[in-house]
Design a protein around this ligand. Structure first.
Ligand code: DGL
Length: 254
């Protein structure tokens, strides 16, 4: 039986999911969180579906032992590949998944040329293909950003700038919208702007936060706390990396 004192579990292949957690904390500051950064298995984007299913299954087992009442998959790749499997296997716990914010383009900037950036795993997934077909504005380029999440994870600005110049430089002047279809990419918005100019970014994190809140209310799982009390945030890294931990809290507090 789930109880509202449980934690909110959230995971990603590394620190990218912090971009989602930041949005969540804005509207749910009193909840207690446990963030699982899976740097041991990073990157997810180039792994097979079976590998991703097994990885996610193990993370969920860990989060359930930590008394989580709900789990947020703060990774587009893991969401696209594993959420149906997880919902079926753990049918007593709600899962909140993220997807590339292509519907937002459809709703707010349909007539504008768009670049979707995401991992290979996301782009090749059935879920993404259904989303793309449904909201296709016929002015969209899709870019499999192989290796980009790894260098963001490494925090290697030089490599990131070179990567972007080489791989998305040709879209300069051609696109006005950019869908950040991997939770690591909001961390490099400034670098993307340097290459593409003043584009509009679309990111699914805020929608995930709102959806999480709705589900907690619907299932009566919101934490009852006194006014002004702040929740706790625990960070776990599968490699026990101190550097990741420091970076995580630095981004969170920015
Ligand atoms: N941050 C992840 C995503 O949103 C995964 C990146 C990776 O590990 O390849 O897709």
């Amino acid at each position: 039986m789930l109880n509202n004192n449980g934690k909110i579990g959230i995971f990603d292949s590394g620190i990218g999911g912090v971009t989602v957690l930041k949005e969540i904390i804005k509207i749910l500051p009193k909840e207690n969180y446990i963030y699982y950064s899976d740097s041991k298995n990073n990157p997810y984007g180039d792994k097979t579906s079976n590998e991703i299913l097994e990885i996610c299954d193990n993370i969920v087992k860990y989060l359930l032992k930590e008394n989580c009442k709900i789990i947020v998959i703060a990774c587009n790749t893991a969401s696209a590949i594993a959420v149906d499997f997880l919902r079926e296997k753990y049918n007593n716990i709600p899962f909140i998944a993220i997807e590339p914010a292509y519907k937002m383009v459809y709703d707010f900037a349909y007539d504008k040329p768009t670049l979707i950036m995401a991992t290979k795993g996301t782009i090749e997934s059935k879920k993404f293909n259904m989303l793309y077909k449904k909201y296709n504005n016929n002015k969209t380029y899709i870019m499999e950003c192989i290796g980009l999440a790894d260098i963001i994870e490494e925090e290697n600005t030089k490599k990131i700038n070179e990567y972007l110049e080489k791989n998305i430089g040709s879209y300069k002047g051609k696109v006005e919208n950019v869908v950040l279809g991997c939770t690591h990419y909001p961390l490099i918005q400034n670098e993307i702007k340097k290459v593409l100019g003043n584009v509009n970014f679309f990111n699914g994190a805020e929608k995930v936060a709102n959806h999480l809140k709705e589900i907690l209310i619907e299932k009566q799982l919101l934490l009852n706390m006194l006014e002004n009390e702040k929740g706790t945030i625990n960070f776990f890294d599968s490699r026990n990396s101190k550097i990741k931990k420091e970076r995580f809290f630095k981004i969170l507090e920015k």
